[in-house]
Ligand binder design. Sequence first.
Ligand code: FMN
Length: 475
Amino acid sequence: MNQLGLPPIIQGGMGAAVSSWQLAYAVSSEGQLGVVSGTALETVVARRLQDGDQGGHMRRALAAFPYQDVAQHILDTFYLPEGRHGQPYRPMRRITIKPHTEHDQLSVAANFVEVWLAKQSGKGKVGINFLEKLQTATPAALYGAMLAGVDAILMGAGIPREIPQLIRDFADGKPGHLSIDSERPSGVDAPVLEFNPQEVFGAAPKLNKPAFLAIVTAEVLASYLARNEETRPDGFVVEHHSAGGHNAPPRRMQETETGYGPLDEPNFQKIADVGLPFWLAGGRSTPESVTEAFALGAQGVQVGSLFALSNDSGLLDKYRKQMLDAARNGNLRVRTDHRASPTGFPFKVVELPGTVGEESTYQARPRLCDLGYLRSSHIDDAGKVTYRCAAEPDAPFIKKGGEEDDLRARICLCNGLMASIGLGQERADGYHEAPLLTLGSTTTDVESMLKVHPEGWSAKQVVDRLLSGAPANVK
Ligand SMILES: Cc1cc2nc3c(=O)[nH]c(=O)nc-3n(C[C@H](O)[C@H](O)[C@H](O)COP(=O)(O)O)c2cc1C
């Protein structure tokens, strides 16, 4: 343990619900930091309820939610005891820059549910991961996680400069505010989204303040955030561009296979000089690379891919097994795709048959945007707000002022990632959303784990392997 009381192993947040409560529960049961993904949880929980709430976990956690009228309304709206019988999932309201009480209540409850369930081990700590890019979803989601007593907030994919204040305000029982990076005419202030617990629930209790770890790729961002008391996190996860999911763009696009070059390697000495605790992520899954992380001054490591491939993860078994089979045959291919994500950030795409990471399956998908978590907001001179996502159909995107070139080769992350965890939409026209899979590009870590556990592994076995590389005084 270190000054933050956080353990050496962090199981990285993996959206959406790849790092489900079950995975975080398994990791925290081992005394390490299990992290649930806070991405799109209101859709995840609403869909689990529509699928009959297997195991009764959603209802069990909702029964512990402090606002029972809200919990009951959610059950009345979404719970189908017999499942959907092949019917599409209910459409969800897409989030905007304006608060919306019913949606906010659902979001708070869903984040509460996921953290509450993960915490039932009563042993280690539980964190939640948010993406800075998904700003409009963040305040309500963060509040729900804090209501369930989350121990740590981890946030990447952007510059989380307002999050420390948001956490402090919620802990003090005050409304929280977040500026939204809308595109807008010059001279117009950024819109500010407010989440006011008193208005949404009629109560605003004081809450425990979790630790805040900013996920950064370079020392520049770490020292920028640490410089000012308002923006200073409690620590960092320093994530290499080999990590799964979204990556920070290269400082300068290189002619390499990934687009990254030597400029994108973090300077560990400068990060240590910032003086805050840090964990290293991205290709840190062998005992040797864990030992090295400690030698570089880190408190430990954050690992994603090996946990995603463990049998405790939220990934649908068949996709997990398909990836393990590919790795067994030396055939697991992960590309750094600079076009796939509508956010414009590079995204790691696993190239597997039957997934949208493969060209023919991608081409067969009719474009549609019905979840909209990655939509950006645009304010015109008259103050009118429009929303667009570069993975939506061409015509509306261009009508709303988007550039045609921006549409090329974008993948609908929202629907693809939902399908990877078995919650893919089955559309009324008969189209079933195909999955999108992501992993870190250090596939050799997967291959070497397979040598030790040829039939696959549990989250506990990942923890044991990582700890075998840690110095004796932290185990
Ligand atoms: C399936 C998957 C989904 C991920 N999703 C997120 C995410 O939603 N937010 C985030 O900050 N990092 C995400 N990551 C990154 C992990 O949290 C972790 O930092 C990274 O995977 C570490 O690299 P490794 O896979 O080589 O261990 C994801 C990684 C994977 C494999």
